[in-house]
Design a protein around this ligand. Structure first.
Ligand code: G1P
Length: 300
């Protein structure tokens, strides 16, 4: 069976970005000229996932608007013959089949994913967290989908981070998989959500890409609130890790060595904007020239 559904939790309050996120969802903050969420949906579509479910919450209406048509604007652009901008407006509408469900209460990432149960049904699916932008030139989701189809169970993305940052992430203990050529595909033997640095089993952080077996839903229903009083996806994965393969158990990790930006963090957000703008054929040449002069003149 080919995986074709993606779930994108987007119900978070975005407190790291106040006051910008007081009335605008953090997922709608522009990275150059596209809202962050569009990059994430584009990544899902590029990996062959054409059915996208956004888990939203209150005051996230603009997210739904972004993936909807805007007849007045489209008619105005059409009348002017501005086909280039018209294409940009229509791009997000035509990208995928985008569905929405609301989380209701902010009870954690695991609880958000559980809201997808009815829509997803009994098939493996991907979860993409909107704060994590993966550079489109670096493959991650596609190999994760292939690994899930080959090995079953669930697959999570891991990134080596400096030890002092591990307490901001879920952390994984790993062991090599016998007989595999690929040292970056590993068996997960332990998972802990945001451990203090001295209790972390490794410096491998879970980043926001998952391919989950549908057994996760029943596990989430029985997962007690964990860190921060929230239902943690990491805790449900720790349960899945110990379950037999016939019941959808087993968790594999894929160590990512490409470019990833945490757009929920202000400094990383700025880096994402600069790097993506610098690489854009339309803006890059002028922007880089200006930037080089700016950096040369600034006291660093
Ligand atoms: C969530 C997960 C955490 C993971 C992180 C990746 O945390 O709970 O395990 O490492 O996403 O970005 P959050 O950043 O929502 O607090």
């Amino acid at each position: 069976m080919t995986i074709h559904k993606a779930v994108i939790p987007a119900a978070g309050l975005g407190t790291r970005f106040l006051p910008a996120t007081k009335s605008t969802p953090k997922e709608m903050l522009p990275v150059v000229d596209k809202p962050a969420i569009q990059y994430v949906v584009e990544e899902a579509v590029a990996a062959g996932l054409d059915d996208v479910l956004l888990i939203t919450g209150r005051s996230k209406r603009t997210l739904a608007d972004h993936f909807d048509a805007v007849p007045e604007l489209e008619a105005a652009l059409e009348a002017k013959g501005d086909t280039e901008r018209l294409a940009k407006v229509r791009e997000s509408t035509e990208l995928a089949n985008v569905h929405f469900v609301r989380q209701g209460q902010p009870r954690g990432l695991g609880h958000a994913v559980l809201q997808a149960k009815h829509h997803v049904g009994d098939e493996p699916f991907a979860v993409l967290l909107g704060d994590d932008l993966i550079d489109e030139r670096d493959a991650l989701l596609t190999p994760m989908l292939e690994i899930q189809e080959r090995l079953g169970g669930s697959v999570i993305a891991l990134l080596e981070v400096p030890a002092e940052q591990i307490s901001s992430y879920g952390c994984a203990a790993i062991e090599p998989i016998d007989g595999t050529q690929d040292a970056d595909t590993v068996r997960i033997t332990g998972l802990v959500e945001k451990p203090p640095v001295d209790e972390a089993p490794s410096n491998l952080a879970i980043i926001g890409r998952y391919v989950l077996h549908p057994a996760v839903f029943e596990v989430l229903e029985n997962t007690a609130p964990g860190r921060g009083g929230e239902i943690q996806l990491t805790d449900a994965l720790a349960t899945l890790m110990d379950m037999p393969a016939e019941q959808g158990g087993g968790v594999t990790g894929v160590v990512f060595r490409g470019r990833r930006y945490d757009t929920g963090d202000r400094l990383d957000y700025l880096k994402a904007v600069v790097r993506i703008a610098a690489d854009r054929p339309d803006l890059g040449p002028d922007f880089k020239e200006w930037l080089a002069g700016y950096v040369a003149g600034a006291e660093v």
